[in-house]
Design a protein around this ligand. Structure first.
Ligand SMILES: [Zn+2]
Length: 313
């Protein structure tokens, strides 16, 4: 399905991670040949879309267009829900040690509720399990068909309805990369977590993109993280790193999994405590990856592992 979204005329922005305005343009096209400028920050090496949509355009896209235009899906049903289950299995397994009956958990970007309902089942339904989902049709499916407390809107809209310091765990499964400002997402989540609360995040890994780059970069993803940039994001917003791991997906190391705990103070002077993602090295690695992708028939291997996973092998 061709993506029809065209790139916005919005003003270019500075890097959300380090505030630097200087960047290198890495590519000018994304999935399906859509115009999309992907840049690498010259200071911290964050890979991001620049320009990206305005906040209003972004909100409209996720509330109205995302699932239909980008996923080819409009009205969810039980079959669609079941197709989502294999996709959340690995995240559920990673989360399990942190799941206990009676807990308060928040999921941002719940979709049709595959992960949230599995979490709720794991806790025998005992506790408070709240989801946030911008696409109202999916939020309604979660409420009406899955008896889940999923609220329609964006994190910044729903966060004001939630009690600060009230959640044990917050989770975002392949959602952070879609947000306008990962820094403000981390800050908002930190405010909602209890003192020793845990934030669990999984995003695509820019160090192992998992598809050819012309397909990997697309209008839905405003940011592309490496282990180093994800680490810096967590540290600067007041989280301790429990772990950051590169996990296998359809191809090796395509998933970047991070677990963080809320700590006392944001550390704005993090420069000496993380390993900087060198922008030139990141660009070279991406070009190497593109050659590797074609030379190793990665697309065929990827289809095969995807097929196996869908069958639960
Ligand atoms: Zn930067």
């Amino acid at each position: 399905m061709a993506e029809k979204t065209t790139q916005t005329k919005a003003e270019p922005q500075v890097c959300d991670l380090c505030g630097c305005a200087s960047y290198e343009v890495f590519s000018t096209h994304g999935r399906w040949g859509a115009p999309l400028t992907t840049v690498i920050c010259r200071d911290c090496g964050l890979v991001y879309s620049n320009p990206r949509p305005t906040a209003e355009e972004n909100a409209a896209f996720y509330k109205q267009n995302y699932w239909e235009r980008y996923k080819g899906e409009k009205e969810p049903d039980e079959k669609f829900f079941r197709r989502r289950i294999p996709k959340i299995k690995s995240m559920l397994a990673e989360l399990k040690p942190n799941l206990k009956p009676g807990m308060n958990l928040l999921e941002v970007g719940s979709g049709v509720g595959a992960l949230l309902s599995s979490i709720k089942d794991t806790c025998n339904g005992v506790g408070r399990f709240i989801g946030i989902e911008p696409f109202a049709t999916h939020a309604r499916f979660c409420r009406d068909r899955k008896s889940l407390d999923v609220r329609a809107g964006l994190l910044e809209e729903i966060a004001t309805q939630l009690d600060p310091g009230s959640f044990d765990v917050a989770v975002m499964n392949h959602v952070l990369e879609h947000t306008m400002s990962p820094t403000s997402v981390f800050e908002t989540i930190r405010a909602l977590l209890k003192t020793d609360g845990t934030f669990v995040v999984e995003v695509p890994n820019i160090a192992a993109p998992g598809s050819r780059l012309s397909h990997f970069f697309h209008v839905g993803h405003h940011y592309n993280f490496s282990a180093r940039t994800l680490q810096r994001l967590a540290m600067k917003t007041g989280f301790e790193i429990v772990c950051i791991e590169e996990l296998d997906g359809d191809l090796p190391k395509t998933r970047l999994f991070g677990m963080f705990t809320k700590c006392d103070d944001p550390k704005h002077d993090v420069a000496e405590r993380f390993v900087r993602d060198d922008p030139n090295e990141r660009a070279k690695a991406l070009r190497r990856y593109e050659s590797w992708y074609w030379a190793t028939f990665a697309s065929i291997r990827k289809k095969f592992t995807h097929w196996k996973r869908q069958r639960g092998w």
